[in-house]
Design a protein around this ligand. Sequence first.
Ligand SMILES: [Zn+2]
Length: 351
Amino acid sequence: MKSKSEGALLIIAIIAGVLIYIAKIILDIISSFVETIVYFKRPILIVILSCIGIFLVYKIFSFFYFKSIRFKNIKDSIKKHTTNCNNLNQYIQELQYSYVNIKSYNFGESKMIDDSNYNFKRKEWSKEVKDDRIHHCSATVCKNASIQPIKYFCKYFDIKKNEETLSNFEKVLNDFTSVEEGKILLQKERDLILNSISKSIPSLVLFFSKNELINKLGFEAIDFNDLYIPIFTFQYVSAGGNSSSKCDIKLNIENLNKLINYLNDIIKWRKSIAGQRALMTSNLREKIKDRDNYTCCNCNLSIKDEENLLLEIDHIIPVSKGGLTSENNLQTLCWRCNRTKGAKIGILKKL
Ligand SMILES: [Zn+2]
C-alpha cells in the first residue's frame, strides 16, 4: 500500500513539474512578445489596449443598459407584440411534428444472426443503419430510386395509395408550408417591432448587440433549421462490404406536392372518385387565399390589418368527419383562429 501511494505521489510530482516548466516557457514567450511590441510597435500596442478598453467599457454600459428602468419600459411597451410573436413561434414548432402521425406499415421485428465461418467485417458494412426511414436494397433499386424518387418512396416505404394517405400527406404539406411561411413572417414581424422602437434604443446597442437585444426584449429564438423534414433513404451495401451507395429523398414542400399529385393519379386510375375532389397543393392554397382576399373567414383580420399575418387553409367540415378537399369546403383562417379550432376538435376527440 505504502509503495503504491508513494508511486502515485511521484507521478503527480513529475506531472506538476512538467506543467510548471511548460507554463514558464509560455510566460517567457508572451513576455518576450510583449517586450518586442513595446520596443518596436508602441503605437500598435496603444491601439490594441484602447480597443480592449473601449470594448470593456461598452460591455459594462450594455450590461447596465439592459438592467435600466428605461429599457424595462421599452420592453413593457411592446410586451403584447413579443407575446404574439412567441405564440406564433410555439405554434409553428408544434406544426413541425405533423409527420410523426403518419407511419408506414409496421411489419414487426426480428433478428438475423450471421453465423458463417467468414464473419469478418468490411468497412462499408459499418455504414449500414437500421431505421424505419432506411430501406436496404440492391444497387439497381438504389439507382432507380434516384431517378424516380416519389414512385420508389411509395413502393418501398409501403405508402398505401388511398384517399386516407392522400389526405394525411395534404395535411403534412399544409403544416410544413405554414412552418416555412411562419418563420419568414415571424422574422419580418420582429424586425418591424424592432424598427418601431429603434429610436429609443442607443444605436451602439442596436449595432453591436442586436441578438442580445432581441433576447433581452423577450423574443424566443426562431428555429431556422429544417431538420424536422423527414428524409427517407435507399441504401445499398454490397455483400462483400466493399462498395456502397445511397439515395436520400427529402419530404420537403416540393416533393410533397409531387407525392400528392402522384397519389392522386393512381387513386383516380383505380376508382374515379376524383370528380369533386381538389388537390391540396401549394397552388390550391394560394388560390383559396386569393379567393378569400387574404382575410381570415372567422375573425375578418386580413394582411391589410396585420402585415405579417400567417394565413392557413382550413377544411370547414374536417376531413375526419367526412369533409372533402373541395374548394367550397376550404376557407382561409388566420393562424390564431386555426389553432383555436384545432384545439376544439382535439377536445371533442378526447370526449
Ligand atoms: Zn382569424
